[in-house]
Design a protein around this ligand. Structure first.
Ligand code: G3P
Ligand code: CA
Length: 257
């Protein structure tokens, strides 16, 4: 990610491994999560869906088509049926036999380890069940919740104010830098009154935005870095919480001190 002049003090970013390390291992599988932990991820990001029989499972899409050897909606399949699927084979033969994890398995794998779990709710109306599993595993201090749905995050906060929550925000249609900053500030102010931070897409943020968040003491995580150029630029602008498919860039970069 580039060279710094001698004696420059640099800070290693707090990196979130997006769905594990999907550039090296199948997304949202135990193999991928374990690899991201070995590569020293500070956070492991994951996505939650719900099975036909009400189990919270880990998968990005609403269907199993893209990431497994099966077809159909997650919500039409029972946990037993989901566990018949191979979630690794499409990525590579060496990952054949990887299973679709449950939230419970994911939590237990990393319970007490030096990593934060960044859990994104994809299915609707699962706030209480997700919270219950986190509580049952005594992992309230190891989880951050995020969602593109702001009311869901506000609901989560009402249920459990101590659990950090982030609204996945994107500036959307191109507008001027000033408009973007004003919109983002409005969202940040609104979020702050509900104890919800803003996890903005990296394309939506720039130096003033990052400074504004930092002044307010808000945790700032930004998605999803898949290209080294903006990655390096944004880190130099002060972004400290990248969510990336390529966390190995940081482990092996000069920024890692
Ligand atoms: O962590 C944020 C990012 O994961 C949001 O996008 O579609 O990859 O869940 P998506
Ligand atoms: Ca996600």
């Amino acid at each position: 990610l580039g060279q710094y002049p001698e004696n420059t003090i640099v800070q290693r970013p707090m990196v979130a491994a997006h769905r594990g390390v999907p550039s090296l291992a199948p997304e949202n599988t135990m193999a991928g999560y374990r690899l991201s932990y070995e590569l020293e991820a500070d956070m492991i990001e994951t996505d939650l869906q719900v099975s036909k029989d009400g189990h919270i499972i880990v998968m990005h899409d609403a269907t199993v088509n893209r990431t497994t050897n099966g077809t159909g909606l997650v919500s039409d399949l029972t946990l037993e049926e989901l566990k018949q699927l191979d979630a690794g084979i499409k990525f590579g033969e060496e990952f054949a036999g990887e299973l679709v994890p449950t939230l419970r398995e994911f939590l237990r794998e990393f319970k007490g380890k030096d990593v934060v779990l960044l859990v994104e709710l994809k299915a609707q109306g699962i706030e209480e069940r997700v919270l219950q599993e986190i509580k049952e595993e005594n992992m309230m201090d190891q989880v951050v919740i995020q969602n593109f749905d702001l009311p869901s995050m506000i609901k989560f906060n009402t249920l459990q104010p101590e659990l950090p929550t982030g609204y996945l925000y994107s500036a959307g249609v191109p507008n001027t830098v000033e408009e973007r900053l004003n919109n983002a500030k409005k969202m940040l102010d609104y979020g702050a009154t509900h104890n919800v931070t803003l996890n903005a897409s990296y394309g939506s943020v720039y130096e003033e935005f990052i400074t504004y968040m930092r002044q307010r003491g808000m945790l700032s995580l930004h998605w999803t870095f898949r290209d080294e150029d903006p990655f390096a630029d944004k880190l130099r602008e002060g972004l400290i919480g990248p969510i990336t498919d390529y966390m190995q860039w940081l482990t092996h970069s000069p920024i890692h001190i």
